[in-house]
Design a protein around this ligand. Structure first.
Ligand code: FES
Ligand code: FES
Length: 219
């Protein structure tokens, strides 16, 4: 997480306040952007930096699809002005796995089929990962409370509860972040099917939801 890559992009509308330069720390990388001060962090992540794992649903703080971490705390990126993210450590769903080694919550979502369309999944995973990292012995009631602000139109809540509790047990078992540190299982479904790169990106939340529905194992 110490890598520093500086890139400069310019985003924002042609009207309104002039774009200004700011530096962001995203997934351990420093990035310089020029952005309209009225832009939200979600807009900059998606439109400016192509970090489309973060989804935008309601754009008003009601669905939590856009959840990221700011200094390790969950935050709605649609309700965060990008300038307010200066000087903070931003973690998106793209920064949760270590390469192909999934966070235990990501792995558990795969194992328990805790998604259907996947649109809510990146936000769900960010919140659940924060919970499990801090409180691996969480109860179902605590999982319910943690994701109470998340809307899943597909109604996958039951499997999400199972997945988070399983990830917590794995964390509490003393392994290094559950599936992290293992090679191989991260690329297999619960039925032992080798996951394609496309499907792995889907489970990691890095699949561009608008460009495919959903990816097949042959993709
Ligand atoms: S898109 Fe941010 S809370 Fe719904
Ligand atoms: S899996 Fe479709 S919205 Fe949650």
């Amino acid at each position: 997480m110490n890598q520093t890559i500086t890139s400069s992009i310019s985003i924002g509308s042609s009207c309104g306040p002039a774009a200004e330069s700011l530096e962001l720390s995203i997934n351990g990388r420093r990035t310089t952007v020029r952005a309209d001060p009225a832009m939200t962090l979600a807009e900059v992540l998606r439109d400016g930096l192509s970090l489309t794992g973060t989804k935008i649903g309601c754009e008003r703080g009601a669905c939590s699809a856009c959840t990221v971490w700011l200094d390790g705390e969950v935050a709605a990126s649609c309700m965060t002005l990008v300038f307010d993210a200066r000087g903070r450590s931003i973690t998106t769903i793209e920064g949760l796995a270590r390469g192909e080694l999934l966070h235990p919550v990501q792995h558990a979502f795969v194992e328990h089929d805790a998604m259907q369309c996947g649109f809510c999944t990146p936000g769900m995973v960010m919140t659940c990962a924060a919970l499990v990292d801090r409180h691996p012995q969480c109860t179902e009631e605590e999982v319910r409370a943690a994701i109470s602000g998340h809307l899943c139109r597909c109604g996958t809540y039951t499997n999400i509860f199972k997945a988070v509790l399983a990830a917590g047990q794995q964390q509490h078992g003393g392994t290094d972040g559950g599936c992290r540190g293992e090679e191989g299982p991260t690329r297999h479904s619960s039925h032992g099917i080798l996951l394609s790169d496309a499907k792995l990106r889907w489970y990691c939340g890095t699949w561009d939801w608008l460009s495919g529905w959903p990816p097949s194992d042959g993709d």
